[in-house]
Design a protein around this ligand. Structure first.
Ligand SMILES: NC(=O)c1ccc[n+]([C@@H]2O[C@H](COP(=O)([O-])OP(=O)(O)OC[C@H]3O[C@@H](n4cnc5c(N)ncnc54)[C@H](O)[C@@H]3O)[C@@H](O)[C@H]2O)c1
Length: 442
Protein backbone atom coordinates (compact mmCIF):
# COMPACT_ATOMS: atom_id res chain seq x y z
CA UNK A 1 0.00 0.00 0.00
CA UNK A 2 1.40 3.41 -0.97
CA UNK A 3 2.03 5.74 1.91
CA UNK A 4 -0.58 8.54 1.76
CA UNK A 5 0.84 12.01 1.76
CA UNK A 6 -0.21 14.28 4.60
CA UNK A 7 1.37 17.15 2.64
CA UNK A 8 -1.19 16.82 -0.17
CA UNK A 9 -4.09 17.00 2.24
CA UNK A 10 -2.44 19.81 4.22
CA UNK A 11 -2.21 21.85 1.02
CA UNK A 12 -5.86 21.12 0.19
CA UNK A 13 -6.89 22.22 3.69
CA UNK A 14 -4.83 25.40 3.41
CA UNK A 15 -6.44 26.19 0.03
CA UNK A 16 -9.92 25.41 1.40
CA UNK A 17 -10.21 22.73 -1.28
CA UNK A 18 -10.53 19.78 1.13
CA UNK A 19 -14.11 18.51 1.41
CA UNK A 20 -15.17 18.29 5.05
CA UNK A 21 -17.64 15.54 5.92
CA UNK A 22 -19.46 15.89 9.22
CA UNK A 23 -21.28 12.89 10.66
CA UNK A 24 -24.11 13.78 13.07
CA UNK A 25 -25.77 17.14 12.43
CA UNK A 26 -26.91 17.79 15.99
CA UNK A 27 -25.97 20.44 18.55
CA UNK A 28 -22.28 19.90 17.81
CA UNK A 29 -22.19 18.90 14.14
CA UNK A 30 -24.51 21.55 12.71
CA UNK A 31 -22.61 24.63 14.00
CA UNK A 32 -19.36 22.99 12.91
CA UNK A 33 -20.73 22.42 9.38
CA UNK A 34 -21.77 26.08 9.30
CA UNK A 35 -18.28 27.26 10.31
CA UNK A 36 -16.50 25.14 7.69
CA UNK A 37 -18.97 26.23 4.99
CA UNK A 38 -18.56 29.89 5.98
CA UNK A 39 -14.77 29.49 5.79
CA UNK A 40 -15.18 28.36 2.18
CA UNK A 41 -14.70 24.58 2.52
CA UNK A 42 -16.97 22.25 0.55
CA UNK A 43 -19.04 20.58 3.29
CA UNK A 44 -21.00 17.34 3.25
CA UNK A 45 -23.19 16.73 6.29
CA UNK A 46 -24.30 13.18 7.16
CA UNK A 47 -27.14 12.15 9.44
CA UNK A 48 -29.40 9.12 9.82
CA UNK A 49 -32.22 11.54 10.63
CA UNK A 50 -33.81 12.36 7.26
CA UNK A 51 -35.72 15.28 8.76
CA UNK A 52 -32.44 17.06 9.66
CA UNK A 53 -30.97 16.30 6.23
CA UNK A 54 -34.02 17.80 4.51
CA UNK A 55 -33.96 20.88 6.70
CA UNK A 56 -30.28 21.60 6.08
CA UNK A 57 -30.82 21.25 2.33
CA UNK A 58 -33.87 23.50 2.50
CA UNK A 59 -31.91 26.10 4.49
CA UNK A 60 -34.08 25.68 7.58
CA UNK A 61 -32.76 25.62 11.14
CA UNK A 62 -33.90 23.18 13.83
CA UNK A 63 -31.85 24.16 16.89
CA UNK A 64 -33.04 27.24 18.72
CA UNK A 65 -29.72 28.95 19.37
CA UNK A 66 -28.52 28.39 15.78
CA UNK A 67 -30.36 31.06 13.79
CA UNK A 68 -32.32 29.96 10.70
CA UNK A 69 -30.38 32.62 8.82
CA UNK A 70 -27.09 30.77 9.44
CA UNK A 71 -28.48 27.59 7.87
CA UNK A 72 -30.12 29.58 5.02
CA UNK A 73 -26.80 31.29 4.38
CA UNK A 74 -24.87 28.02 3.96
CA UNK A 75 -27.55 26.51 1.74
CA UNK A 76 -27.41 29.68 -0.42
CA UNK A 77 -23.62 29.42 -0.72
CA UNK A 78 -24.07 26.01 -2.35
CA UNK A 79 -20.91 24.62 -0.72
CA UNK A 80 -22.82 22.73 1.97
CA UNK A 81 -25.15 19.81 1.40
CA UNK A 82 -26.53 17.14 3.71
CA UNK A 83 -27.25 13.51 2.94
CA UNK A 84 -28.12 10.22 4.60
CA UNK A 85 -26.34 8.27 1.88
CA UNK A 86 -23.15 7.24 3.65
CA UNK A 87 -21.57 5.97 0.42
CA UNK A 88 -20.83 9.64 -0.23
CA UNK A 89 -18.34 9.54 2.66
CA UNK A 90 -15.64 8.64 0.14
CA UNK A 91 -16.03 12.15 -1.34
CA UNK A 92 -14.87 13.75 1.92
CA UNK A 93 -11.17 14.41 2.50
CA UNK A 94 -11.71 15.02 6.21
CA UNK A 95 -14.43 13.26 8.19
CA UNK A 96 -15.47 14.59 11.58
CA UNK A 97 -17.55 12.34 13.85
CA UNK A 98 -20.10 14.14 16.08
CA UNK A 99 -22.45 11.32 17.08
CA UNK A 100 -23.99 10.83 20.54
CA UNK A 101 -22.19 9.15 23.44
CA UNK A 102 -24.89 8.45 26.06
CA UNK A 103 -24.89 6.00 28.96
CA UNK A 104 -26.65 2.64 28.87
CA UNK A 105 -29.43 1.75 31.33
CA UNK A 106 -26.69 0.38 33.58
CA UNK A 107 -24.94 3.77 33.37
CA UNK A 108 -22.02 2.47 31.35
CA UNK A 109 -20.62 4.09 28.16
CA UNK A 110 -22.83 3.37 25.16
CA UNK A 111 -20.26 3.13 22.40
CA UNK A 112 -22.72 1.83 19.80
CA UNK A 113 -22.96 5.15 17.88
CA UNK A 114 -19.18 5.53 17.62
CA UNK A 115 -18.67 1.89 16.67
CA UNK A 116 -21.36 1.89 13.99
CA UNK A 117 -20.07 5.18 12.56
CA UNK A 118 -16.46 3.94 12.43
CA UNK A 119 -17.66 0.71 10.79
CA UNK A 120 -19.61 2.73 8.20
CA UNK A 121 -16.57 4.91 7.43
CA UNK A 122 -14.41 1.77 7.04
CA UNK A 123 -16.64 0.62 4.16
CA UNK A 124 -15.58 3.54 1.96
CA UNK A 125 -12.34 4.76 3.55
CA UNK A 126 -9.61 5.56 1.03
CA UNK A 127 -5.90 6.40 1.35
CA UNK A 128 -5.25 9.99 2.35
CA UNK A 129 -8.50 10.53 4.28
CA UNK A 130 -8.36 12.23 7.67
CA UNK A 131 -10.79 11.05 10.36
CA UNK A 132 -11.43 13.05 13.54
CA UNK A 133 -13.53 11.96 16.49
CA UNK A 134 -15.24 14.79 18.39
CA UNK A 135 -17.77 12.87 20.49
CA UNK A 136 -16.97 13.04 24.19
CA UNK A 137 -15.62 9.71 25.40
CA UNK A 138 -13.14 7.94 27.69
CA UNK A 139 -9.36 8.17 27.10
CA UNK A 140 -8.28 5.45 24.71
CA UNK A 141 -11.39 5.42 22.49
CA UNK A 142 -9.71 6.78 19.36
CA UNK A 143 -6.88 4.24 19.53
CA UNK A 144 -8.73 1.27 20.99
CA UNK A 145 -12.14 1.54 19.32
CA UNK A 146 -12.05 3.82 16.27
CA UNK A 147 -8.60 2.88 14.93
CA UNK A 148 -9.21 -0.92 14.78
CA UNK A 149 -12.69 -0.43 13.29
CA UNK A 150 -11.19 1.75 10.53
CA UNK A 151 -8.20 -0.57 10.04
CA UNK A 152 -10.61 -3.47 9.40
CA UNK A 153 -10.67 -1.91 5.91
CA UNK A 154 -7.08 -3.05 5.39
CA UNK A 155 -5.70 0.50 5.52
CA UNK A 156 -3.34 1.49 8.32
CA UNK A 157 -3.81 4.55 10.54
CA UNK A 158 -0.96 7.05 10.40
CA UNK A 159 0.31 5.53 7.16
CA UNK A 160 -2.65 5.23 4.76
CA UNK A 161 -5.13 7.46 6.54
CA UNK A 162 -4.87 9.96 9.38
CA UNK A 163 -6.62 9.94 12.75
CA UNK A 164 -7.13 12.47 15.56
CA UNK A 165 -9.37 13.39 18.47
CA UNK A 166 -10.60 16.91 19.13
CA UNK A 167 -13.22 17.47 21.81
CA UNK A 168 -16.17 19.75 21.29
CA UNK A 169 -16.59 22.64 23.73
CA UNK A 170 -20.02 24.03 22.84
CA UNK A 171 -21.89 26.05 25.44
CA UNK A 172 -25.34 26.28 23.84
CA UNK A 173 -27.06 29.57 24.44
CA UNK A 174 -23.92 31.36 25.67
CA UNK A 175 -23.90 34.65 23.74
CA UNK A 176 -20.22 35.32 24.56
CA UNK A 177 -18.79 32.23 22.83
CA UNK A 178 -19.50 30.43 19.57
CA UNK A 179 -17.84 27.51 17.78
CA UNK A 180 -15.41 29.92 16.12
CA UNK A 181 -14.31 31.77 19.26
CA UNK A 182 -13.72 28.75 21.52
CA UNK A 183 -10.12 27.43 21.39
CA UNK A 184 -9.94 23.80 20.33
CA UNK A 185 -7.74 21.05 21.79
CA UNK A 186 -6.32 18.60 19.24
CA UNK A 187 -4.45 15.31 19.66
CA UNK A 188 -3.19 13.26 16.70
CA UNK A 189 -2.20 9.62 16.45
CA UNK A 190 1.08 10.64 14.75
CA UNK A 191 2.84 14.00 14.18
CA UNK A 192 1.28 14.14 10.66
CA UNK A 193 -2.17 13.49 12.10
CA UNK A 194 -1.61 16.32 14.58
CA UNK A 195 -0.46 18.74 11.85
CA UNK A 196 -3.60 18.00 9.87
CA UNK A 197 -5.80 18.57 12.92
CA UNK A 198 -4.05 21.87 13.64
CA UNK A 199 -4.53 23.01 10.03
CA UNK A 200 -8.14 21.87 9.74
CA UNK A 201 -9.41 23.45 12.96
CA UNK A 202 -7.01 26.37 12.69
CA UNK A 203 -8.96 27.37 9.58
CA UNK A 204 -12.21 27.82 11.51
CA UNK A 205 -11.49 28.44 15.20
CA UNK A 206 -9.63 31.22 16.94
CA UNK A 207 -6.89 28.96 18.34
CA UNK A 208 -5.86 25.30 18.50
CA UNK A 209 -4.10 23.77 21.50
CA UNK A 210 -2.04 20.72 20.65
CA UNK A 211 -1.57 17.83 23.07
CA UNK A 212 0.66 14.80 22.70
CA UNK A 213 -1.97 12.15 21.87
CA UNK A 214 -5.65 11.51 21.21
CA UNK A 215 -5.80 10.07 24.75
CA UNK A 216 -4.64 13.38 26.26
CA UNK A 217 -7.27 15.25 24.21
CA UNK A 218 -9.98 12.82 25.34
CA UNK A 219 -8.86 13.23 28.96
CA UNK A 220 -8.86 17.04 28.66
CA UNK A 221 -12.55 17.07 27.79
CA UNK A 222 -13.35 14.78 30.71
CA UNK A 223 -11.36 16.93 33.14
CA UNK A 224 -13.35 20.00 32.04
CA UNK A 225 -16.70 18.32 32.58
CA UNK A 226 -15.74 16.48 35.78
CA UNK A 227 -14.57 19.83 37.19
CA UNK A 228 -18.05 21.25 36.57
CA UNK A 229 -19.84 18.17 37.89
CA UNK A 230 -17.88 18.17 41.15
CA UNK A 231 -18.22 21.90 41.78
CA UNK A 232 -21.95 21.79 41.14
CA UNK A 233 -22.21 18.90 43.62
CA UNK A 234 -20.32 21.01 46.15
CA UNK A 235 -22.73 23.96 45.94
CA UNK A 236 -25.69 21.57 45.94
CA UNK A 237 -24.42 20.13 49.22
CA UNK A 238 -23.69 23.58 50.65
CA UNK A 239 -27.20 24.70 49.67
CA UNK A 240 -28.69 22.01 51.91
CA UNK A 241 -26.40 22.75 54.87
CA UNK A 242 -26.84 26.53 54.62
CA UNK A 243 -30.61 26.18 54.27
CA UNK A 244 -30.72 24.41 57.68
CA UNK A 245 -28.50 27.17 59.11
CA UNK A 246 -30.79 29.88 57.77
CA UNK A 247 -28.15 31.12 55.32
CA UNK A 248 -28.95 31.94 51.69
CA UNK A 249 -26.45 30.03 49.50
CA UNK A 250 -27.08 32.42 46.58
CA UNK A 251 -26.10 35.41 48.69
CA UNK A 252 -22.96 33.57 49.83
CA UNK A 253 -21.91 32.67 46.26
CA UNK A 254 -22.50 36.26 45.13
CA UNK A 255 -20.24 37.53 47.94
CA UNK A 256 -17.54 34.88 47.37
CA UNK A 257 -17.51 35.78 43.67
CA UNK A 258 -16.01 39.15 44.57
CA UNK A 259 -12.71 37.41 45.34
CA UNK A 260 -10.55 38.30 42.34
CA UNK A 261 -8.48 35.09 42.43
CA UNK A 262 -8.82 31.44 43.41
CA UNK A 263 -12.61 31.26 43.22
CA UNK A 264 -15.03 30.50 40.42
CA UNK A 265 -18.79 30.61 41.01
CA UNK A 266 -20.96 27.54 40.46
CA UNK A 267 -24.67 27.54 41.15
CA UNK A 268 -26.96 24.99 42.77
CA UNK A 269 -30.06 23.63 41.06
CA UNK A 270 -32.61 20.82 40.95
CA UNK A 271 -30.07 18.33 39.60
CA UNK A 272 -27.80 17.95 36.59
CA UNK A 273 -28.98 18.09 33.01
CA UNK A 274 -27.79 18.24 29.44
CA UNK A 275 -25.84 15.93 27.24
CA UNK A 276 -22.49 16.34 29.02
CA UNK A 277 -22.17 16.95 32.76
CA UNK A 278 -24.47 14.14 34.02
CA UNK A 279 -22.92 11.63 31.60
CA UNK A 280 -19.29 12.25 30.71
CA UNK A 281 -17.75 11.77 34.19
CA UNK A 282 -19.01 8.19 34.16
CA UNK A 283 -17.09 7.44 30.99
CA UNK A 284 -13.93 7.92 33.06
CA UNK A 285 -15.29 6.06 36.08
CA UNK A 286 -15.99 3.06 33.83
CA UNK A 287 -12.56 3.14 32.20
CA UNK A 288 -10.78 3.63 35.54
CA UNK A 289 -12.09 0.24 36.68
CA UNK A 290 -9.86 -1.38 34.06
CA UNK A 291 -6.90 0.15 35.94
CA UNK A 292 -8.35 -0.80 39.36
CA UNK A 293 -8.47 2.82 40.46
CA UNK A 294 -11.68 3.78 42.25
CA UNK A 295 -13.02 7.23 41.25
CA UNK A 296 -14.63 8.01 44.62
CA UNK A 297 -14.69 11.76 44.16
CA UNK A 298 -16.59 11.54 40.87
CA UNK A 299 -19.01 8.93 42.22
CA UNK A 300 -19.72 11.06 45.28
CA UNK A 301 -20.45 14.12 43.13
CA UNK A 302 -22.76 11.96 41.01
CA UNK A 303 -24.57 10.74 44.12
CA UNK A 304 -25.15 14.25 45.45
CA UNK A 305 -26.31 15.63 42.10
CA UNK A 306 -28.57 12.65 41.40
CA UNK A 307 -30.26 13.08 44.79
CA UNK A 308 -31.18 16.74 44.15
CA UNK A 309 -34.65 16.10 42.65
CA UNK A 310 -35.55 14.16 45.83
CA UNK A 311 -34.35 17.09 47.94
CA UNK A 312 -36.53 19.47 45.90
CA UNK A 313 -39.57 17.22 46.34
CA UNK A 314 -38.87 17.14 50.10
CA UNK A 315 -38.92 20.95 50.19
CA UNK A 316 -42.16 20.98 48.19
CA UNK A 317 -43.80 18.48 50.56
CA UNK A 318 -42.71 20.63 53.51
CA UNK A 319 -44.14 23.80 51.93
CA UNK A 320 -47.47 22.15 51.09
CA UNK A 321 -47.61 20.75 54.61
CA UNK A 322 -47.38 24.30 55.91
CA UNK A 323 -50.53 25.05 53.89
CA UNK A 324 -52.23 21.90 55.31
CA UNK A 325 -52.00 20.12 51.96
CA UNK A 326 -50.46 16.87 50.87
CA UNK A 327 -48.50 16.41 47.67
CA UNK A 328 -50.83 13.50 46.93
CA UNK A 329 -53.73 15.11 45.07
CA UNK A 330 -52.04 18.51 44.64
CA UNK A 331 -51.73 20.28 41.31
CA UNK A 332 -48.17 21.29 40.55
CA UNK A 333 -47.13 23.62 37.76
CA UNK A 334 -43.52 22.98 36.73
CA UNK A 335 -41.81 26.05 35.30
CA UNK A 336 -39.14 24.98 32.83
CA UNK A 337 -38.30 21.56 31.46
CA UNK A 338 -35.17 22.55 29.50
CA UNK A 339 -32.03 21.50 31.36
CA UNK A 340 -30.80 25.09 31.54
CA UNK A 341 -32.09 28.54 30.86
CA UNK A 342 -32.86 29.87 27.39
CA UNK A 343 -32.17 26.62 25.52
CA UNK A 344 -34.61 24.24 23.82
CA UNK A 345 -32.73 21.13 24.97
CA UNK A 346 -34.35 18.88 27.57
CA UNK A 347 -31.96 15.91 27.33
CA UNK A 348 -31.22 14.50 30.80
CA UNK A 349 -33.16 17.43 32.29
CA UNK A 350 -33.84 17.05 36.02
CA UNK A 351 -37.40 18.21 35.24
CA UNK A 352 -38.07 14.80 33.71
CA UNK A 353 -37.16 13.10 36.99
CA UNK A 354 -39.17 15.72 38.91
CA UNK A 355 -42.28 14.89 36.86
CA UNK A 356 -41.72 11.19 37.60
CA UNK A 357 -41.35 11.80 41.34
CA UNK A 358 -44.36 14.15 41.47
CA UNK A 359 -46.54 11.54 39.77
CA UNK A 360 -45.22 8.79 42.04
CA UNK A 361 -46.36 10.95 44.96
CA UNK A 362 -49.85 11.26 43.48
CA UNK A 363 -49.60 14.88 42.29
CA UNK A 364 -51.01 16.02 38.97
CA UNK A 365 -48.38 17.87 36.95
CA UNK A 366 -48.49 20.44 34.18
CA UNK A 367 -45.60 22.43 32.81
CA UNK A 368 -44.79 25.70 31.13
CA UNK A 369 -41.68 26.17 29.01
CA UNK A 370 -41.49 28.83 26.29
CA UNK A 371 -38.80 26.82 24.47
CA UNK A 372 -40.32 23.33 24.68
CA UNK A 373 -43.90 23.31 23.35
CA UNK A 374 -44.23 19.56 23.89
CA UNK A 375 -42.14 16.92 25.59
CA UNK A 376 -40.59 14.57 23.01
CA UNK A 377 -40.05 10.97 24.15
CA UNK A 378 -36.56 10.25 25.50
CA UNK A 379 -34.76 6.94 26.01
CA UNK A 380 -36.15 6.82 29.56
CA UNK A 381 -39.38 8.83 29.61
CA UNK A 382 -42.38 9.09 27.29
CA UNK A 383 -44.56 11.87 28.70
CA UNK A 384 -47.43 13.06 26.56
CA UNK A 385 -47.44 16.65 27.78
CA UNK A 386 -47.61 20.05 26.13
CA UNK A 387 -46.60 23.40 27.57
CA UNK A 388 -49.45 25.28 29.27
CA UNK A 389 -49.65 29.03 28.78
CA UNK A 390 -48.38 31.00 31.75
CA UNK A 391 -51.48 32.95 32.80
CA UNK A 392 -52.98 34.14 36.06
CA UNK A 393 -55.53 31.32 35.71
CA UNK A 394 -52.96 28.50 35.30
CA UNK A 395 -50.87 29.89 38.15
CA UNK A 396 -53.87 30.25 40.47
CA UNK A 397 -55.09 26.75 39.62
CA UNK A 398 -51.83 25.23 40.91
CA UNK A 399 -51.31 24.36 44.57
CA UNK A 400 -47.63 25.11 44.03
CA UNK A 401 -45.38 26.33 41.22
CA UNK A 402 -42.01 24.61 40.99
CA UNK A 403 -39.31 26.58 39.15
CA UNK A 404 -36.85 24.09 37.66
CA UNK A 405 -35.40 26.28 34.87
CA UNK A 406 -34.95 30.04 35.11
CA UNK A 407 -35.62 31.08 31.50
CA UNK A 408 -35.23 34.82 31.08
CA UNK A 409 -38.44 35.08 29.08
CA UNK A 410 -40.80 34.27 31.98
CA UNK A 411 -42.83 36.85 33.88
CA UNK A 412 -41.67 36.12 37.45
CA UNK A 413 -43.66 39.14 38.67
CA UNK A 414 -46.85 37.43 37.48
CA UNK A 415 -45.72 34.16 39.09
CA UNK A 416 -45.18 35.90 42.43
CA UNK A 417 -48.53 37.71 42.28
CA UNK A 418 -50.71 34.79 41.16
CA UNK A 419 -49.14 31.61 42.62
CA UNK A 420 -49.90 30.33 46.11
CA UNK A 421 -46.54 28.72 46.80
CA UNK A 422 -43.38 28.97 44.67
CA UNK A 423 -40.58 26.44 45.06
CA UNK A 424 -37.58 28.18 43.54
CA UNK A 425 -34.59 25.98 42.71
CA UNK A 426 -32.81 28.65 40.62
CA UNK A 427 -33.07 31.87 42.59
CA UNK A 428 -35.37 33.22 39.87
CA UNK A 429 -37.94 34.92 42.08
CA UNK A 430 -35.89 37.97 43.11
CA UNK A 431 -36.34 39.00 39.44
CA UNK A 432 -40.12 39.19 40.03
CA UNK A 433 -39.99 41.92 42.67
CA UNK A 434 -42.36 41.77 45.64
CA UNK A 435 -44.49 38.64 45.67
CA UNK A 436 -47.72 37.63 47.38
CA UNK A 437 -46.83 33.96 47.04
CA UNK A 438 -44.91 32.07 49.69
CA UNK A 439 -41.44 31.63 48.19
CA UNK A 440 -39.44 28.57 49.22
CA UNK A 441 -35.85 28.07 48.10
CA UNK A 442 -35.06 24.50 47.18
N1 LIG B 1 -24.47 19.38 22.97
C1 LIG B 1 -23.39 19.88 23.51
O1 LIG B 1 -23.40 20.99 24.02
C2 LIG B 1 -22.07 19.11 23.51
C3 LIG B 1 -20.93 19.77 23.98
C4 LIG B 1 -19.72 19.12 23.95
C5 LIG B 1 -19.64 17.81 23.51
N2 LIG B 1 -20.77 17.17 23.06
C6 LIG B 1 -20.60 15.81 22.58
O2 LIG B 1 -20.75 15.78 21.17
C7 LIG B 1 -21.36 14.56 20.75
C8 LIG B 1 -22.62 14.87 19.96
O3 LIG B 1 -23.51 15.55 20.82
P1 LIG B 1 -24.73 16.41 20.27
O4 LIG B 1 -25.21 17.22 21.41
O5 LIG B 1 -24.40 17.09 19.00
O6 LIG B 1 -25.79 15.23 19.96
P2 LIG B 1 -27.13 15.34 19.10
O7 LIG B 1 -28.00 14.23 19.55
O8 LIG B 1 -27.65 16.74 19.09
O9 LIG B 1 -26.64 15.04 17.62
C9 LIG B 1 -26.17 13.82 17.21
C10 LIG B 1 -26.65 13.60 15.79
O10 LIG B 1 -26.06 12.40 15.32
C11 LIG B 1 -27.03 11.71 14.55
N3 LIG B 1 -26.62 10.32 14.52
C12 LIG B 1 -26.73 9.37 15.48
N4 LIG B 1 -26.16 8.23 15.06
C13 LIG B 1 -25.67 8.46 13.84
C14 LIG B 1 -24.96 7.67 12.90
N5 LIG B 1 -24.64 6.40 13.17
N6 LIG B 1 -24.63 8.24 11.74
C15 LIG B 1 -24.95 9.52 11.46
N7 LIG B 1 -25.60 10.32 12.32
C16 LIG B 1 -25.97 9.79 13.49
C17 LIG B 1 -28.34 11.98 15.26
O11 LIG B 1 -29.44 11.80 14.37
C18 LIG B 1 -28.16 13.44 15.66
O12 LIG B 1 -28.63 14.32 14.67
C19 LIG B 1 -21.61 13.77 22.03
O13 LIG B 1 -20.52 12.92 22.26
C20 LIG B 1 -21.63 14.84 23.10
O14 LIG B 1 -21.28 14.34 24.36
C21 LIG B 1 -21.99 17.79 23.05
Amino acid sequence: MAKASAQDLLARIQNRKATVGIIGLGYVGLPLAIEFAKAGFPVLGFDLDEAKVKKVNAGKGYIKHIPDEAVREISRRKNCRATSDFRELSKADCVIICVPTPLTKQREPDMSYIVSTATTIARTIRPGQFIVLESTTYPGTTREVVQPALEASGLKAGRDFFLAFSPEREDPGNPKFSTRTIPKVVGGLTPSCLSLAEALYGAVVVKTISVSSPDAAEATKLLENIFRCINIALVNELKQVFERMGIDVWEVIEAAKSKPFGFMPFYPGPGLGGHCIPIDPFYLTWKAREYEIPTRFIELAGEINTAMPDYVIGRLVHALNGAKKSLNGSKILLLGVAYKKNVDDMRESPSLRLIELLREHGASVEYHDPFIPSLPPTRKYAYRMTSRPLTTATLKAADAVLIATDHTDVDYGLVGRAAKIVIDTRNAMPRGGRAKAKIVRA
